[in-house]
Design a protein around this ligand. Sequence first.
Ligand code: FMN
Length: 367
Amino acid sequence: MNSLITIRNKILGAAYRNVLKPVFFAQDPEKVHDKMTQVGSFLGGNLLTRELTSLAFNYWHPKLEQNILGIDFKNPVGLAAGFDKEAKLVSILPKVGFGFEEVGSITKERYEGNSGKRLYRLPEQKALRVNYGLKSSGADSVYNHLKSIKTEFPVGISIAKTNNPKTSVVENGVEDYLYTYKKLNDLGSYVTINISCPNTCEDFPIFARAENLEVLLKAIFSVPKTKPVFVKLSPDLANENLDSILNVCLKYPVDGFVCSNLTKANKSGHEGKGGFSGKAVFEESNRLLAYVYQYTIGKKILIGCGGIFTPEDAYKKILLGASLLQLVTGMVYQGPQVISEINSGVVELLKRDGFKNISEAVGKGNI
Ligand SMILES: Cc1cc2nc3c(=O)[nH]c(=O)nc-3n(C[C@H](O)[C@H](O)[C@H](O)COP(=O)(O)O)c2cc1C
């Protein structure tokens, strides 16, 4: 069975690299993304296309299963926030092989995002430059859509504050986050508070300052908690700032951290605003992950995100302390079969190192 899956993945990977990718990469990245969302939404719309997709991409192994914070994950690989902002892909992603997804980031107000071209491919760096600026159809709209969908896998809800100067005043920003938090409180398996978007109207995200984060978390946790709460961190934080953020989070019932968001560190020489994904953030996100694991050892669940392209990349994050993983860019560069390749590859790496399952391997390379 495993060798059949390996052959299937090799054929799909070659088809993506040689046929689809050249066609996609000749077009504007945002337009391709929008088209793929339409295709995914269509495929998720009926049983036949869902089952055919599953046949092409699915992979399952008991070593990959985990129950984390009361949530059952069939495998650790999730779609990171930003790809499915409006929760249009919830029905198809489990069939593509994902173990979970994070929809959003969702903001209170509808916002079209930053103007002009805002998504770039940087093939030499195996990265994307992203300058969406928290495009969102707004909390009410996503709520109305999501509440009508039956979800087959864990769905995380990423919330952020509306990207405008008004919400840069702390009390307005808190009110904005709180609206979305409350609106979506009865939906999804967990919520992530995104305090680290690098492409908003702020030079430095205001809730990545400990004193402001404290005000936000106090307000969030005054609302009855219905599901686990994660905080998504930037890989660009200086250690002192990071420590004070972690200390604030440890005062509240924050369940874990997503390590990490995009980096602002531009190693590409590519001019322009935005944050960098993929291999441009791999090392920084691993550094953050390792640091947060050591700081919070055993107490918090970590989601490793940034530059996962191969099973080895994924396994490295598990050994550094990640119980769960997320990706976007690896799929853009390699095709959707990469999810199955990563999952089956991680199983082989766990076997090689004598681990019964993922949970046993978490943090074992972080000493
Ligand atoms: C097109 C795009 C849009 C994104 N939008 C969001 C977002 O709205 N909220 C968020 O928390 N992260 C967002 N991200 C960051 C990703 O969730 C992830 O942290 C980052 O891309 C690193 O993972 P990767 O290297 O696998 O892409 C976005 C990333 C991309 C590529």
